[in-house]
Design a binder for this molecule. Structure first.
Ligand SMILES: [Mg+2]
Length: 265
């Protein structure tokens, strides 16, 4: 049995299923490079794409997110909506939003500043524009967070880049009003979706859950899922229709969805 909200969603066509990666389809690992999809997720997405349009919306670069998920025929949206590929690169071309091009240099400059400091336990992940500084492995992560923020605050302002925060990570982002919510809406509009589910676990996913609420108000069957971990923000949970426990709970829900789609096909 599936909850009534999900059951009503799954009969809509066109249907869309949209997922974050880290903490949603893949357990959080000590470094982003070590993270892997939870066992069986690739197969479930392959089955699900027979019945629904599927998008992955991640803070990772498109190339990185697509490499991790590695299922062809999905829409991969990276860097919170800045870049996108329909299918797996390199066959599928990665498209960067044109208005983001001019910030490439500023992003590189700020990440260079961090690397030059040789901060212990910090990893710099570079993206098409900007990137992410991971400080999970720093000896004192909270102190490191402060140190990175004070290092970057003034230079970021000067070159018109924005800083935002995720779990033990600081992101260097373009000052464009782009987020997972906009990416989700574009995906819905592109395929004229009548039903859509979004699942995520972190601060940047709140924008997408807020967009799910707006889409719902506009008459689209829209369902928001929060994946709860020990440190999940109350705000994320507050905007979700369904809360699942950890990646295991998310994969369980995905399995239920796929089985239901196959049953009613
Ligand atoms: Mg996440």
């Amino acid at each position: 049995m599936v909850a009534s909200t999900v059951a009503e969603l799954l009969v809509q066509r066109p249907l869309g299923l949209v997922f974050d990666i880290d903490g949603t389809l893949s357990p959080i690992a000590p470094t982003p490079g070590e993270a892997q999809l939870y066992s069986g997720v690739g197969e479930l997405l392959t089955r699900a794409k027979q019945h629904a349009h599927i998008a992955i919306i991640t803070g990772r670069a498109v190339l990185d997110g697509a490499r991790m998920v590695n299922v062809d025929g999905l829409t991969y949206i990276g860097t919170h909506g800045l870049e996108q590929a329909d299918g797996l690169p390199p066959q599928a071309q990665v498209q960067l939003l044109p208005e983001a091009q001019e910030y490439r240099e500023a992003g590189t400059y700020l990440l260079d500043l961090v690397e030059q400091e040789k901060l212990p336990g910090c990893l710099v992940e570079r993206k098409s524009v900007g990137g992410t500084i991971h400080y999970r492995l720093a000896p004192d992560p909270e102190q490191m967070r402060q140190r990175i923020l004070s290092l970057l605050r003034e230079p970021a302002q000067r070159v018109h880049m924005q800083l935002s925060e995720g779990k033990r990570a600081i992101e260097v982002r373009v000052p464009l009003h782009i987020n997972k919510g906009h990416a989700l809406r574009s995906f819905v509009q592109r395929y004229k979706l009548q039903g859509v589910l979004f699942a995520g676990d972190d601060r940047t996913d709140i924008d997408a859950l807020l967009e799910i609420e707006r889409l719902h108000d506009e008459g689209i069957k829209a369902v928001g899922v929060a994946v709860q971990h020990a440190d999940t923000l109350a705000e994320l949970l507050a905007h979700a229709d369904i809360v699942v426990q950890k990646v295991e709970g998310m994969v369980e829900l995905l399995r239920t969805i796929v089985e239901e789609l196959e049953k009613t096909a």
